[in-house]
Ligand binder design. Structure first.
Ligand SMILES: [Zn+2]
Length: 164
């Protein structure tokens, strides 16, 4: 996994999918959700699932983009083993999503911006290295990092400016 994950062709592919995830995040941000988007592709680089955060609209604390994308990918592939898949997400996953990612035995996690508050891939914790984890998760952080971070910051800025 690592040998191809870091070559130039692979980086261009990662950036392509991350831009798709950013587009999803922007759309759900306009619908009043914290803008986070996620995409799952298989080993042949085919789109398997995509989702944006739906927590507010579904009134569901588990309706994060990553959870919804993993669920749809598992349904599409008819297995919860996502060892051949790559998950792209605009923001570093929270404890709930990091846990689900490990449960899915995900092949590769690619994310954009670190989350200094709740990111548990490397920022506030590293779930993959913990005793409770039975999966060593390959991670590629910082793909389209500036785009992901600025999108999130401008969303929160607009919310503040709107007085809500
Ligand atoms: Zn989450």
């Amino acid at each position: 996994m690592k040998s191809w994950a870091f070559d130039e062709q692979a980086i261009a592919t990662h950036r392509y999918w991350m831009q798709q995830a950013i587009a999803i995040a922007q759309a759900v941000g306009q619908a009043g959700e914290v803008p986070v988007g996620a995409i799952v592709v298989d080993a042949q680089n085919r789109l398997i699932a995509q989702a944006g955060n739906r927590k507010e609209r579904d009134r569901d604390p588990t309706a994060h983009a990553e959870i919804l994308a993993l669920r749809r990918a598992s349904q599409t592939l008819n297995t919860w083993h996502l060892t051949s898949c790559t998950l792209y997400v605009t923001l570093e996953p929270c404890p709930m999503c990091s846990g689900a990612i490990l449960h899915a035995r995900l092949g590769l996690l690619v994310y954009g911006a670190d989350d200094p508050k709740t990111g548990t891939i490397r920022t506030t914790d590293n779930f993959s290295d913990r005793a409770f984890s039975n999966h060593r998760l390959p991670v590629l952080a910082g793909i389209c990092e500036a785009d992901c971070r600025e999108m999130l910051q401008s969303w929160f800025q607009q919310r503040r400016d709107g007085g809500s």
